[in-house]
Design a binder for this molecule. Structure first.
Ligand SMILES: [Cu+2]
Length: 336
């Protein structure tokens, strides 16, 4: 049995004002995703694609986010029914520069109410997106405008903050990267790659259910940016390249992420820069729910180097190993 993060969703069942349907009253809302009217995403589509803003006259970066149901291939022969932002699993990557004013126009086309939380950001309380605590949830067909200034630099993410045990497990999350102003001239690495980690429970009928600790509904598929290995991206590099990997713990399970071929330095934790003298050098970092770790790894030798979770059932597809891995596995191809 896979280790789990305990208590991560504790307390959500008692939230004041939460409207509880009969299934929720009985414990957990484990209904499979109804994909009857859902659009089908291109089977080759990847998650975490850049979300282009429009720039308002006052310089505010405006983004459009829509939550809805989508049919999405995590493998050529495995389709999930996901709750997704902009029909993408994981949601599109929002990238800003530290100090940017942003406006996110949100529309909910899901069959249930939801809201968006901006995880880790310092912002006005009414923009925090916590349903039934800082705002009324956005009903199906409803809209909400989130407006704030991104004061911090680093790796953050956004996710649902309504019925999280169900909605986040079904895919409502995406990366938010804030670049320091000084990077406009030079970045401290040669390339970067964001890994948004996902977990899925697919039953024998091919239906997608929320993977839940408490229900004992452990996930049987795992994704990086919406794809399971061998469909995860292979990135290429040259010996000597310094690559920043941004791990985003967007699901509800822990993932000790390991890189072959040499150690890495942990340069940021949860968006916060680690001072140079305090950086840990490791080859495995435990990424828990809600956590982000930015690590920098130098390609020392040519070849095909693996990045993978070290919980071994997380590197299978429903228990099956394919082409030397599965689920949370990807390859860095290094040439001289
Ligand atoms: Cu894992």
């Amino acid at each position: 049995m896979a280790p789990t993060a305990s208590g991560a969703t504790e307390g959500t069942m008692d939230m004041p004002g939460m409207d509880m349907g009969s299934e929720e009253m009985s414990g957990m809302d484990m209904r499979p995703v109804d994909v009857t009217d859902a659009p089908v995403a291109d089977s080759e589509a990847r998650g975490n694609q850049p979300l282009e803003p429009t720039i308002a006259e006052d310089g505010t970066k405006e983004f459009e986010l829509m939550a809805g149901v989508v049919r999405w291939n995590i493998l050529p022969d495995v389709e999930i029914g996901a709750f997704a932002y902009n029909d993408q699993v994981s949601g599109p990557e929002i990238r800003v520069t530290q100090g940017d004013a942003v406006r996110i126009r949100f529309t909910n086309t899901l069959p249930e109410a939801t809201s968006i939380h901006w995880h880790g950001l310092i912002l006005p309380n009414e923009m925090d997106g916590a349903s039934d605590v800082t705002q009324d949830p956005v009903e199906p067909g409803g809209t909400f405008v989130y407006e704030f200034t991104v004061e911090q630099a680093g790796t953050y993410f956004y996710h649902t903050h309504k019925s999280v045990d169900r909605q986040q497990a079904l895919g409502l999350y995406g990366a938010l990267i804030s670049e320091p102003k000084v990077w406009a001239t030079e970045k401290p690495f040669d390339q970067e790659y964001t890994l948004v980690l996902g977990e899925w429970k697919i039953d024998d009928q091919g239906q997608t259910l929320p993977a839940m600790n408490q229900a004992g509904a452990f996930p049987n598929f795992f994704t990086i940016n919406g794809k399971s290995y061998p469909e995860t991206e292979t990135i290429t590099a040259t010996v000597g390249d310094r690559i920043r990997f941004r791990f985003v713990g967007s699901g509800q399970f822990i993932h000790p992420m390991h890189i072959h071929g040499g150690p890495f330095e942990i340069v940021e934790t949860d968006g916060n820069l680690v001072p140079e003298g305090a950086r840990l050098t490791k080859d495995t970092v435990l990424v828990g729910p809600g956590e982000r770790y930015d690590v920098e790894w130098t390609a020392l030798q040519p070849g095909r180097w693996l990045i993978h979770c070290h919980i071994n059932d997380h590197v299978t597809n429903n228990g099956v190993e394919v082409e030397g891995g599965g689920g949370l596995t990807m390859i860095v191809e290094v040439t001289l």
